[in-house]
Design a protein around this ligand. Structure first.
Ligand SMILES: [Zn+2]
Length: 273
């Protein structure tokens, strides 16, 4: 369908066409203008139809940033809990150690004293090992805290960016809806001015051909369905004097005369549609 839209008058520069083709049949001119309006409406409607997806994408971006913060917070909490567990273990060993110190006064034999000393040395070495682990956890918590802060800053930044993008989308939707309405009234006026028979053909083909009832004929070919036109038919179309339909796709065909740079009607100099 994109290909069809690219080849429809709306995507081209019919303004240039009108300037350089003063001799164009009024009905054909209106039909081309009507198609340009319809194609513009279709583009606007397509854009409007994307609105829910675009809003969901904003929500997804926000959610992703929120989840990064939540995951970092969870890692920090887990690390802090692990550290508290280690501190409890140290407390247990220290409790045993102080109990040994008290009991040391009461020992009777050298053997008992030696055994007690051994227990105390073991408790002390355990404490040393656990304290090293606590230090590791403290360093880890510093890193995790920094990571969490970054994620929180990113979330705030993303939230701002999303809010800005939302405002852009809001404005775009308002503009698109307004342009659809504007085009509709323009179209109604144009349709009223058009010969009812020609308008009927336009509407019928548009319904059957996905809203594109008009095609440019170029180099002897219908530029939308790509069928080769009979030379005599193409010659008639080149004159832009009558309504001629493509034998294959039934679209109403028109011809864009080659630009005449000397006359100042070079298409490239005209404003884009
Ligand atoms: Zn065709």
């Amino acid at each position: 369908m994109l290909q069809e839209h690219a080849a429809s008058p709306g995507a081209q520069s019919p303004g240039a066409f009108f300037v350089s083709a003063g001799a164009m049949n009024k009905e054909l001119e209106r039909v081309v203008a009507l198609q340009r309006l319809d194609s513009a409406t279709q583009d606007a409607q397509r854009r409007l139809a994307q609105e829910p997806d675009r809003r969901n994408a904003f929500e997804a971006r926000h959610e992703a940033a929120r989840q990064r913060v939540a995951a970092d917070k969870e890692r920090l909490t887990a690390s802090q809990a692990a550290r508290r567990e280690l501190e409890k273990e140290v407390a247990v060993h220290q409790g045993r150690l102080s109990k040994f110190r008290d009991q040391l006064m009461a020992v009777k034999t050298n053997q008992e004293y030696q055994a007690m000393q051994k227990e105390m040395a073991f408790a002390q070495s355990e404490i040393k090992v656990i304290e090293d682990k606590i230090l590791e956890r403290m360093l880890e918590a510093d890193d995790l805290t920094a990571t969490l802060k970054r994620a929180e800053a990113d979330l705030a930044k993303e939230q701002k960016a999303i809010d800005a993008d939302r405002r852009v989308l809001d404005a775009e939707v308002v503009e698109l809806k307004a342009s659809v309405e504007r085009i509709a009234s323009e179209r109604a006026a144009l349709a009223a001015a058009l010969d009812p028979g020609v308008f009927g053909v336009f509407e019928l083909v548009a319904r059957r051909r996905n809203g594109v009832a008009v095609a440019e004929a170029r180099d002897g070919i219908c530029t939308i369905c790509h069928v080769r036109l009979r030379p005599q038919v193409f010659n008639t179309i080149r004159r832009n004097e009558t309504i001629v339909q493509c034998d294959s796709c039934q679209r109403i065909l028109y011809f864009v005369p080659p630009a005449a740079p000397s006359a100042g009607t070079d298409r490239s100099e005209l404003p884009a549609q």
